[in-house]
Design a protein around this ligand. Structure first.
Ligand code: BDP
Length: 610
C-alpha cells in the first residue's frame, strides 16, 4: 500500500486538527443516525488518543465506541482526479462515512486504511467525514481481548487489570495517526514492490515491480538516483504490471553506518505524456540468517537496542514528530542500532526515519499473549490478514530486517498450545509470511512459561526470548538470574541450532531511588540487572543481539504490580535518562567483538551513522 505523496501528478490535503467527538456508551449512534453528523460532546485532536486528552469528561479508562466528525473542504484542484480518504490508524477498529455515505470498515489497529470517495464528494465544497472508532477487542481480533468476566470465570481475579487487557500497555482509543484526503490521476500507480540484492562488493541490483490500474498501451519510466549518479530504464505495461531490474555500480549498500538511500522515481506515461509519478527511497541491502549469525550485507550484525512503545503523556498513542526526532536522537546518543516495534506496527513516519538513520527494525504484528483456548480458525484468518496488511505497508523499507509474527503466545501456559494446535497455527502462519516475503527472516518472541518446547521456535529463522530472571523470578538475586539465563540459552541453542536474540530483559526502576544493596526498583539494581544479562549474552557465540525492555517508561492498565506505568524504561516516560542509560551508552559504544560459533573472531557491525 503506497503512502500518499505530493508529486507532479498527486495532491495531499491533511485532515488533521481539532475534530468533534461523541462518546457512545450505550452504542446508540447507529440507530440515531450519527453517521450523518451529531451534536458533539467535546473537541478532540486528531491524531490523538481520547483517554488522557479528555480524561475530564470521563474517558480515561473508556472501552467502547466513540464517534469522530470533521468537515473538510475538497479543493477544486482535485477536479477530475481519483479522490481517496486515508486514515493512518484508528484503534482498534473503525467504520467510516463521508457525506452520510458508508465507505466501509477496518478491523485492525495500528495499520492504515483508505476508501475511494470520488463519487461521494463535490469539489469546491466541504464534505462531512464521520468515523466510528471502537477500542473493544474480542477472542477473534488481533490482538485478542479479555473481559472482567474472563478473569472471574478463570479464577484469575488477582490478574485483573482495568481496563481489561491481554497486554501490558494502555489500551488507548482514538485516531492515532494522520487522516488525509489525497488525489491521484484516474489511471495511477497502485503499488510498488522493490527487492534489492548484493551482486558483488561494488555491484547492487534493484528489482522493481509496479502494479498499475491501466492494462496496456502505457509505459513506465524508472529513474534511480543518488547525489552522484543515476540510472534509467523504460518498461511496457503488460497486464497492469511493469518491471525493471537496475544494476547499480558502484553501489553504496544501505547499512547502519551508511544508510545510503537512492531515490526511485516511477513515471507512468502514455504516448509520451506523463500520467502519474511516485517516488520511493530505496536502500540496497541484504538480510540473511546463516548458521548462528544474522548477516546484514554479508557481515554479522549484533542488535543493540530496545523494545519500545508508542506512548507519551497526553498524546497517548498519537504520532508526534518532535517525539520521533527526540527518540532517534536518544537512540543515537546511547549507541543503539535497532529496536522492535513492540507490540504493534508503528507509524510509517517512524520507519521512514529509521530508513534515513540506519536503525534496524523488527516489525511486529499486534498479536500479544495469544491464548489458544480462544483461538479459532477465524483467529488464524484474521492473523494472516493482519500480516498481509503489515507486509503490504512495510515491505519496501530497508530498515525492516525481520517480521515478528506475535509476542509471547501461551502467556497463561494453557495446555491447548502444546497439543499440536500451537504447532499447526505457527506452521501455517509462517508459510503465509514466507509466501508474502521470502527476503526477511521471521521470529516470535517467546515467554519462558511457553518453555523450551515452544512450537513457535520450529518456524523461526532466529529465536527471540523475553526473560525476567532477577525480576519476576529470583528477585534481587542476579547471580542466580545470570546462571539460569546462561543455562537456558545453551539449552535452547543446543535443541534448535538457531541464533538467539534476547528480545526483552529489564527491571522496573523508579528514577531517583537508590540503594547500596541489591534492591528492586533502584537505579543501581537496573544497572546490575542489565550488566548481568549483557555479560551472559556476550559470552555466547550464537547470540545475535540484546533488546532491553524498555526504551522508556510507559502507561499500563491499572494493576497492583504497576504504579501507573511499567517502569522498566531506561529513560523515564518524558525521556530523562536513568543511571542504566549511561551504562548502556558505554557498553554499546564498544562494538562487541564476539567469538563466532566456529571459533574465529568477528567484529560486529552496528554503529550509528556518523
Ligand atoms: C513481557 C511482555 C511485555 C511486558 C513485560 C513486563 O512482552 O509487554 O511489558 O513482559 O512485564 O512479558 O514488563
Amino acid at each position: 500500500m503506497l503512502k500518499p505523496q505530493q508529486t507532479i501528478s498527486r495532491l495531499r490535503l491533511s485532515c488533521d486538527g481539532l475534530w468533534n467527538i461523541k462518546i457512545d456508551r450505550e452504542n446508540v449512534g447507529d440507530v440515531n443516525g450519527w453517521s450523518a453528523g451529531f451534536a458533539p460532546d467535546a473537541d478532540v485532536a486528531v491524531p490523538g488518543s481520547w483517554n488522557e486528552q479528555l480524561a475530564e469528561i470521563g474517558v480515561m479508562n473508556y472501552i467502547g465506541v466513540a464517534w469522530y466528525q470533521t468537515r473538510v473542504f475538497v479543493p477544486t484542484a482535485f477536479e477530475g482526479k481519483r479522490i481517496v480518504l486515508r486514515i493512518g490508524s484508528a484503534d482498534f477498529s473503525a467504520r467510516v462515512w463521508i457525506n452520510g455515505k458508508f465507505l466501509g470498515s477496518h478491523e485492525f489497529g495500528f495499520l492504515p486504511f483508505e476508501f475511494e470517495v470520488t463519487d461521494h464528494v463535490a469539489v469546491g465544497k466541504s464534505a462531512l467525514v464521520v468515523v466510528r472508532v471502537s477500542n473493544e477487542l474480542t477472542d477473534d481480533t488481533v490482538p485478542q481481548g479479555v473481559t472482567a468476566e474472563n478473569y472471574i470465570a478463570e479464577n484469575r481475579v488477582r490478574d485483573e487489570t482495568f481496563p481489561p487487557a491481554r497486554f501490558d500497555f494502555f489500551p488507548y482509543g482514538g485516531i492515532h495517526r494522520s487522516v488525509e484526503l489525497y488525489a491521484t490521476p484516474k489511471e495511477y500507480i497502485d503499488d510498488i514492490d522493490v527487492q534489492t540484492n548484493i551482486v558483488s562488493a561494488s555491484d547492487g541490483l534493484v528489482r522493481a515491480k509496479i502494479q498499475l490500474t491501466c492494462l496496456d498501451g502505457a509505459t513506465v519510466g524508472f529513474r534511480l538516483e543518488s547525489d552522484a549518479q543515476n540510472w534509467t530504464q523504460e518498461a511496457n505495461v503488460e497486464n497492469g504490471v511493469a518491471e525493471a531490474s537496475i544494476a547499480v555500480n558502484p553501489c553504496q549498500f544501505w547499512s547502519c553506518e551508511h544508510p545510503q538511500l537512492y531515490l526511485l522515481t516511477i513515471q507512468l506515461r502514455r504516448d509520451g505524456e506523463l500520467i502519474d509519478e511516485y517516488q520511493l527511497n530505496v536502500g540496497i541491502r541484504e538480510v540473511k540468517v546463516e548458521g548462528a549469525k544474522l548477516l546484514l550485507n554479508g557481515k554479522p550484525v549484533f542488535l543493540k537496542g530496545f523494545g519500545k512503545h508508542e506512548d507519551f503523556p497526553v498524546l497517548g498513542k498519537a504520532l508526534s514528530l518532535p517525539l520521533l526526532v527526540k527518540d532517534f536522537g536518544l537512540l543515537r546518543w546511547i549507541n543503539a542500532n535497532s529496536f522492535r516495534t513492540s507490540h504493534y506496527p508503528y507509524a510509517e513516519e517512524v520507519l521512514d526515519y529509521a530508513d534515513r538513520k540506519g536503525i534496524l527494525i523488527i516489525d511486529e504484528v499486534a498479536d500479544i499473549s495469544r491464548d489458544f483456548r480462544y483461538t479459532s480458525p477465524k483467529s488464524l484468518e484474521n492473523h494472516k490478514a493482519y500480516l498481509r496488511e503489515l507486509i503490504a505497508r512495510d515491505k519496501n523499507h530497508p530498515c525492516v530486517i525481520a517480521w515478528s509474527l506475535s509476542n509471547e503466545p501461551n502467556y497463561l501456559a494453557e495446555l491447548e498450545y502444546h497439543d499440536g494446535r500451537g504447532d499447526a497455527y505457527w506452521k501455517e502462519l509462517a508459510q503465509h509470511a514466507r509466501a508474502l516475503d521470502e527476503t526477511r527472516p521471521i521470529t516470535i518472541p517467546n515467554l519462558q512459561r511457553a518453555t523450551i518446547n515452544d512450537p513457535a521456535f520450529n518456524y523461526c529463522d532466529f529465536i527471540s526470548i523475553n526473560r525476567y530472571y532477577g525480576w519476576y523470578e529470583n528477585p534481587g538475586q542476579m547471580d542466580v538470574a545470570g546462571k539460569r539465563l546462561s543455562e537456558e540459552l545453551d539449552a535452547i541453542y543446543e535443541k534448535y541450532q538457531k541464533p538467539i536474540l534476547v528480545s526483552e530483559f529489564g527491571a522496573d526502576t523508579v528514577a531517583g531511588l537508590h540503594s547500596t544493596t541489591d534492591q528492586l526498583f533502584t537505579e543501581e539494581y537496573q544497572v546490575k540487572f542489565l550488566e548481568t544479562y549483557c555479560a551472559v549474552i556476550a559470552s555466547k557465540p550464537y547470540t545475535i543481539g540484546e533488546h532491553v525492555w524498555n526504551f522508556a517508561d510507559f502507561r499500563t492498565p491499572q494493576h497492583h504490580r504497576r504504579v501507573v506505568m511499567n517502569l522498566k524504561g531506561v529513560f523515564t516516560r518524558t525521556r530523562e535518562p536513568k543511571r542504566a542509560a549511561f551504562f548502556l551508552k558505554e557498553h554499546w559504544a564498544k562494538s562487541p567483538v564476539k567469538s563466532s560459533v566456529n571459533g574465529e573472531a568477528a567484529v560486529l557491525a552496528g554503529a550509528f551513522e556518523k
